[in-house]
Ligand binder design. Structure first.
Ligand SMILES: Nc1ncnc2c1ncn2[C@@H]1O[C@H](COP(=O)(O)OP(=O)(O)OP(=O)(O)O)[C@@H](O)[C@H]1O
Ligand SMILES: NC(=O)c1ccc[n+]([C@@H]2O[C@H](COP(=O)(O)O)[C@@H](O)[C@H]2O)c1
Ligand SMILES: [Zn+2]
Length: 269
């Protein structure tokens, strides 16, 4: 039997705050990829964006990571990774993918070293096989359909980065009301060329939870129970995270990717 390709799912975004739907994205993606018969999803990673991103209302990564950690206590395969948020400035998504891919290769290498040092008698047949012929993992970017649609926002993404994401890594995109990813892919030559590496997943139980709506509700003193985990609700209340003042953070600022692009190419004005 042909062995399945180990696959890691990486979701990048604000997670301001993490919602139940963010975690559902991973469950939906994993089911879909397993149904292809080609992949074995081994890990899910949530990478909250750096504070320097410049998005309106973005609270500190320290809090966004703490909330994600609490929410993920009930998952045995998804974790939050602080690397992106710990960098000095905002990092382009393709570089976040490169970092996590290299990390996964490093881990594989150290497992190989470990197995090499084990006495043959201590290895199971399965261990020996995977040690001698390791299947390289793949890393795919997991997103909602609105994220895919931002690829066409002028000055937001570099063309070569989009190409690297879809050619080298691959995308898993979950449907979202108001976005039509299939049409969008069809309208783009680049995305059409690499559509074999873009997995569109249909969520039949439509769920329009959005972090922005959660923040609205919280500011108005309305309940967000069953939309975000109870542990996250308690954390928000304890540190009074979402207020009128927090929502004014970065107000009127340009997103860091737009600023970067402007400095690189002043002719774009
Ligand atoms: N309800 C949803 N359906 C499908 N995808 C979603 C949904 N909510 C979030 N996502 C996806 O989760 C990732 C992280 O999103 P993000 O942190 O921006 O959350 P959000 O709920 O969209 O927040 P905001 O309302 O502040 O934009 C993105 O890829 C986004 O498309
Ligand atoms: N050029 C790029 O790499 C680029 C541009 C815009 C957004 N992004 C990423 O996409 C995500 C968008 O998150 P939000 O939907 O919360 O704004 C963030 O992780 C951000 O870093 C990347
Ligand atoms: Zn969003």
């Amino acid at each position: 039997m042909k062995s399945r390709i180990p696959l890691i799912l990486l979701a990048c975004g604000s997670f301001n705050p993490i919602t139940n739907m963010h975690m559902r994205l991973f469950e939906l993606a994993r089911d879909h990829l397993h149904q292809t018969g080609r992949y074995q999803v081994i890990e899910g990673i949530i990478s909250p964006v750096n504070d320097d991103y410049g998005k309106k209302g973005l609270v500190s990564a320290r809090h966004r990571i703490a909330m994600a950690k609490l929410a993920l206590e009930t998952s045995d395969w998804i974790r939050v990774d602080p690397w992106e948020s710990e960098q000095k400035t905002w990092t382009e998504t393709v570089k976040v993918l490169r970092h996590h891919y290299n990390e996964s290769l490093r881990l594989l290498q150290s497992r190989k070293e470990f197995m090499k040092n084990k006495q043959p008698i201590e290895r199971s047949t399965e261990d020996s096989l995977s040690y001698q012929h390791p299947v390289l993992p793949e890393l795919k970017l997991l997103c909602g359909a609105d994220f895919l649609q931002t690829f066409k926002t002028p000055n937001l993404w570099k063309e070569e980065h989009i190409k690297e994401i879809v050619e080298k890594f691959g995308l898993v995109c979950i449907s979202r009301a108001g976005s039509d990813p299939a049409t969008y892919i069809n309208e783009s030559d680049l995305l059409t060329k690499f559509q074999h590496n873009i997995f569109l997943v249909k969520e039949w139980v439509q769920n329009e939870i959005s972090a922005t709506q959660i923040r609205y509700a919280l500011r108005r003193g309305l309940s967000v129970k069953y939309l975000v985990p109870d542990s996250v609700i308690s954390y928000i209340a304890r540190y009074n995270i979402y207020t009128e003042e927090s929502e004014r953070k970065n107000e009127g600022d340009l997103l860091q990717p737009l600023k970067l692009h402007k400095t690189v190419n002043p002719l774009n004005d």
